[in-house]
Design a protein around this ligand. Structure first.
Ligand code: URA
Length: 225
């Protein structure tokens, strides 16, 4: 930021304001969404948080019980682990924009307990074009980081294999640089050395995403004029 001219700084501030206002408008319209059946069981729409002008957008699967109550992504145990790994990768939530592929909790009742379930193809077909795609269009992230396989399958490639392809960069229709990382909820199900190993991979992959965002920011624009 310090080597920018005053004009460049003013232009960047204008873009920042525009993006924040546009995302806030979209957020407001999402509050009444009845696009799929999940609106009947949700407590709150979990739209996204963080810096709408960030070059780095993180995308998880969908809200769980805590997120449904608080209206914010990643506020439960998985969110604590994500925050910890972001910290070791040199980032805080205010440096990034954080959202999910689906904005309302998908759950199922089994044996008297309400459990999270993956969103159905129909729910994704309603939700992604309305909200996630518009979020990406406004924010135009230089780097997208998918948290877990479901997000990578929606954003990068429907055949994405998280175990084989995490930590590598791909081009996708929403960004020239997209990477997928292990989901912290998956890491929390591991124990001992395996838990430590996977936590280390998450930190390394988040660091790679951050470094790519910094590099992409200083890339010359690929237009002639
Ligand atoms: N897991 C997700 O993928 N998203 C959240 O918001 C919380 C947990």
């Amino acid at each position: 930021m310090s080597d920018l001219t005053a004009d460049e700084r003013a232009a960047r501030e204008g873009v920042r304001r525009q993006k924040c206002e546009a995302v806030a408008k979209l957020y407001a319209s999402a509050q009444d969404c009845t696009g799929c059946g999940l609106h009947r069981t949700r407590t709150r729409v979990v739209f996204g948080t963080g810096n709408a002008a960030s070059p780095l957008m993180l995308i998880g699967e969908g809200p769980g019980a805590n997120e449904d109550v608080q209206g914010e992504p990643f506020v439960g145990r998985a969110g604590k682990l994500l925050d910890e790994c972001l910290f070791y990768a040199g980032m805080k939530r205010e440096h990034i924009y954080l959202t999910n592929i689906i904005k309302c909790r998908a759950a199922i009742e089994e044996g008297g307990r309400v459990q999270n379930r993956p969103p159905t193809a129909e729910e994704l077909d309603e939700c992604v074009p309305r909200w996630l795609r518009n979020q990406m269009e406004i924010i135009q992230p230089l780097v997208i980081c998918c948290i877990g396989a479901p997000a990578a399958k929606v954003v990068i490639n429907s055949n994405f294999s998280i175990m084989r392809e995490r930590g590598r960069f791909f081009e996708c229709s929403y960004s020239s640089h997209a990477i997928a990382v292990l989901h912290p909820a998956f890491i929390l199900r591991q124990e001992g050395a395996e838990y430590q190993r996977l936590r280390g991979l998450l930190i390394d992959d988040l660091k790679a995403a951050k470094e790519r965002a910094i590099a992409a920011r200083s890339e010359a624009p690929k237009t002639l004029f």
